[in-house]
Design a protein around this ligand. Sequence first.
Ligand code: GDP
Ligand code: MG
Length: 763
Amino acid sequence: MKKFALAGNPNSGKTTLFNSLTGSTAHVGNWPGVTVDKREGIYKKLKEPVAIIDLPGIYSLSPYTPEEVISRNYILDEKPDCVVNIVDATNLERNLYLTTQLLEIDVPVIVALNMIDEVQKAGDKIDAQKLEQKIGVPVVAISALKGDGIDQLMKRAYECSKVGRNARTVLEGGALSHLIRDCRIALEGAGVENALFHAVKLVEQDEIETKQHPQAAETVQKFKETFDDETFGSDFEAIVADSRYKYISQNYSNALIRSGKSGKEKLTRSDKADRILTHRIWGIPIFLVILFAVFHLTFSEDLFYLGSMGALGKDWVSLQGMWGEGVFGSAEGIASPGVILFNLLDCITSSISGAISSAMNNGGVAQWATGLVVDGVLGGLFSVLSFLPQILLLFMFFSLLEDSGYMARVAFILDRLFRRFGLSGRAFMPMIMGFGCSVPAMANTRTLADENERLATIRVIPFFSCGAKLPILTAIAGGIAQMTGTGNADIITYSMYLLGIIVAICAVLLMRSTTMRGEVSPFIMELPSYRIPQAHSLVMLLWDKMKHFIKKAFTIILASTILIWFVSHFSFSWEYLSDEKMNESILAGIGKLMQPLFTPVGFGSQLGEWGWVFVVAAITGLIAKENVIATFGTLATCITGTFVADETLGGVDSVAQMISATGIGVPALIAFIAFNMLTIPCFAAVATARAEMPSKKKFNYTLLFWVASSYIVSSMIYLIGQWWWTVFIWAGLWAAAITVVVLYNKGKINFRIKKNKITDKRS
Ligand code: GDP
Ligand code: MG
């Protein structure tokens, strides 16, 4: 099968094109660096099916970061039948820079002038034919988003792939053309493939090349000594780059017809927005407010705090009772969109389990079987699924922020802050992705050039609470809000997210100033233009997330809940136990055995007879974080059934009932959230971390790091929450730790044993 590779600058629309060619739903983002690994799909509208390969974005073929190496090696080693060079037509000059390098490889190239719709909207024109004559390879104007011109593009790419193409360089006739030719001849003599490309890279004194071809590199070195250019001295890399840009501006300017006015107008509007959104001082507070608004719209039971401000009036109390059973709000206030969706789904699921339960009871099914189906399976599954609307809503908001181009601005404002902690703003992207799922986020750290920066980032990614951890946060935040009688679940969830971010920053700071020092990658991300988010790609993304979530619910989580139900309803002698006797079960036995381990973090031995459920839930979370709440759901009705229902809680859902039945306090509940958020992530994330780490040792340290972070932070929360004066002890401990780090950095403390002592004495 023929292979066509999509290559181009970051954010030029490669993945959008890939998706519309292959019908896939790969993640598209208005952000450079979304695709960090190559991806394959099949295009079927030609005479024969062809494989399409989406490569990570690159600015040039001299790689600096691991993901740039992937693209370069693919084009050089895998020899695709055609390279489709996607070019952002709104930013032609910079994008063609890569094109001039692709031309130097013996591979058919076709240029796809993407985003032509934007060019037209701005009133500009690009003459594709003129450009084609100048560059010497086919140029096709397309809009990947709207699908315009893409079949034409593929047809011409197919023709190209049949003919083949010989490399040529735009550096001919320049100051270095003789040197390039000499190198090329030498390399061809040595039987090197793509001699021209390597010759140019050698002249540019690309590090990889110089190592690979030491002999030819010597020729370059000798020539260099005799050479002196007026502007650049003997900086060959700069001379080559300059000649490329000169070539581009000579050849593309007459293919581009600007209308002038509209372009400028657009620029100033986005500039005005940027002046506020990326403001030196206000940038970060604005971001925090936007983030809070997102949480408020997703989790608040009192929209805009109208209820607590008393703005709803008397009529509201009577009105809200008429609309369903409090779906749209309660006496406290109007529900946010997220809560409304949650309530609606809750109505559906509770009527389903009610119907099944009464059908099974009437049908004379054995009591244990009813228990398994209704409490075990449905209780567990529904308690997890009930959070799906809020998860999707949160993803939708994040995705809107990303697509509009705002998230790239946030990376820009955070860069200044991050740099102090030894990270670049680039690391922000994988972290934000961590709010969705740690697995792709960890893979995305390949955009970071410094190995230690990458490791530190991978380690803290799980602290950015992922979608699967959301049910833990929401369920327990809801429980706390109900126990304490305040309706601010949104503030609790928001604070827990912030806690994760703060712990991540502190941990990075600590790592980067002790064992994991290194250079901070330069941050040369350009800001993408503001765009109106596309409904289509949003729907695709949410649909994908939903499928993934439901699939997981009906596989891993379903299996886990069934297992949990069995081990909680059978004793070690395989005797069936009714709900009241669950304390004698296998699960309770194991839980109680491990309970002391969790005493320092608040949900260990100090809890009453049902305290072990927290321990068990946290442990099942190591498989998938949804399991924490699924376990609660499975055990909740059994436990609450053995208590007299707490009247003050009214019609609260069973998980909240269970929490209050165990007698756990608020500090321990918050510590429980923190523990689950910071401890070893789910199985899939652990496996990804292992794959992305250079050595087993580093990975083992990572596991240790996760365990330590979760213990330290959650015991701090628990102890301070329980006995406020321990705050002084903690402050003292931290001051001591920071002093040690500072002294260590100044070289006043040395933990290493000096090995060269003996040799020193002899000399
Ligand atoms: P990649 O980084 O090269 O893979 O780029 P993406 O495919 O992720 O797209 C980057 C951004 O450009 C997204 O916001 C897309 O919606 C947008 N985009 C892609 N193609 C077009 C197009 O033809 N027209 C317009 N107006 N926007 C596009
Ligand atoms: Mg991409």
